[in-house]
Write a protein that binds this ligand. Structure first.
Ligand code: PHE
Length: 348
């Protein structure tokens, strides 16, 4: 129906048009299709628009009136049908949207993973708690340390193997990354008078890396100074500590050793936690594992710190936190602590 129809032609096809538009409107599957139907009938070149134009060419008043009325009725019917269909389609689309967009409130939420303290910090906390419960205070000192505090004031001479370039990170000739927490002993003694009862936890650095060594690790230093402190005090404190930390049944022994800043010195061993003392690869068949170094403070160290060695005595000890953690949990590779593999860290 491209060209203009004569009123007669249009009139004669009214009934056909009436049934046709209903089929068109009902057949529009979505709003876009309905828009096309709208254009077909009521658009600028739509069937009804051309019909209106044809109206003017009817000369006879009666027929013009009749034609006009039918045309208007049809137009109203078309518009009504389109509006009705539009409401229906809009509802349908809303329904569809509601169905596809609906939120399933019964779905489990996304779990936010909780962090936790690193095993080394957990064990460090445990060690601190035990000593604090025995009346020790907590001190700290610099990790970038003067050669004087790290070595000299601890009676470690220039040619001592601990000073070897291969073990110590030198910042400059007389500045190092501390290789142990023992310099804190000296720093504390310099600024305080006895009685002293402190621990000094912290990071230490050595140029070393394998299954049991990392370039950075943690130590806890201990120092107790007063009048009349003896080796029995050292034994009592460390035995108690080990029994709390590893369990009451853990065998402990003190083995003679050497440190330049303690005299006498003793290494403390516990019964091997892996083989229960039977002898295995880890304890090199001895049944014992070394857990810390200790001794009575060397009078020369007191001298250098300005304490009178004839009046005061004391003991000192130092332990590796990674080592304590490995023994407590049966971990055989120190590097696991610093790889940050979540599967490892989650187990603590
Ligand atoms: N500083 C020693 C070390 O790093 C441990 C130690 C501390 C030994 C105090 C005796 C007394 O091995």
């Amino acid at each position: 129906m491209d060209e203009l129809l004569s009123p007669e032609q249009l009139l004669s096809s009214f009934s056909q048009l009436e049934s046709e538009f209903r089929a068109d409107v009902d057949g529009a599957a979505d709003l876009a299709a309905l828009q096309q139907v709208k254009t077909k009938y009521t658009g600028k070149k739509g069937l009804l628009t051309t019909g209106m134009k044809a109206l003017s060419s009817i000369a006879e008043p009666e027929r013009k009136k009749e034609f006009g009325r039918r045309l208007n009725d049809l137009k109203r019917a078309v518009e009504e049908a389109i509006r009705g269909r539009e409401i229906l389609l809009r509802e349908g689309e809303k329904e569809k949207r509601l169905l596809t967009e609906k939120i399933d409130i019964t779905l489990p939420g996304k779990a936010v993973p909780f962090g936790r303290r690193h095993p080394i910090n957990q064990v460090l906390g445990e060690i601190k708690d035990i000593f604090v419960s025995m009346g020790f205070g907590i001190e700290d000192g610099p990790e970038v340390e003067l050669d004087h505090y790290n070595f000299e004031a601890l009676n470690i001479p220039k040619d001592h193997p601990a000073r070897d370039m291969q073990d110590t990170f030198y910042v400059s000739d007389d500045v190092v990354l501390r290789t142990h927490t023992s310099p804190v002993q000296v720093r504390v003694m310099e600024k305080r008078r006895p009685p002293l009862k402190i621990i000094a936890p912290g990071k230490v650095y050595r140029c070393d890396a394998d299954v049991s060594h990392t370039a950075m690790f943690h130590q806890v230093e201990g120092l107790m100074v007063d009048t009349g402190i003896s080796f029995s005090d050292l034994k009592g404190v460390l035995e108690l500590f080990i029994h709390i930390f590893f369990g009451k049944e853990t065998p402990v022994r003190f083995r003679p050793s050497f440190f330049p800043f303690t005299e006498p010195s003793a290494e403390v061993d516990i019964g091997c936690v892996f083989c229960r003392g039977k002898g295995c690869r880890v304890c090199k068949t001895t049944g014992w594992l070394e857990v810390l170094g200790s001794g009575l403070v060397n009078p020369r160290v007191f001298d250098m710190a300005g304490y009178d060695p004839s009046r005061y005595s004391g003991f000192a000890f130092g332990m590796g936190v990674e080592r304590m953690t490995m023994l407590k949990y049966g971990i055989d590779d120190i590097r696991l602590f610093y790889e940050n593999d979540i599967r490892f860290l989650r187990q603590f």
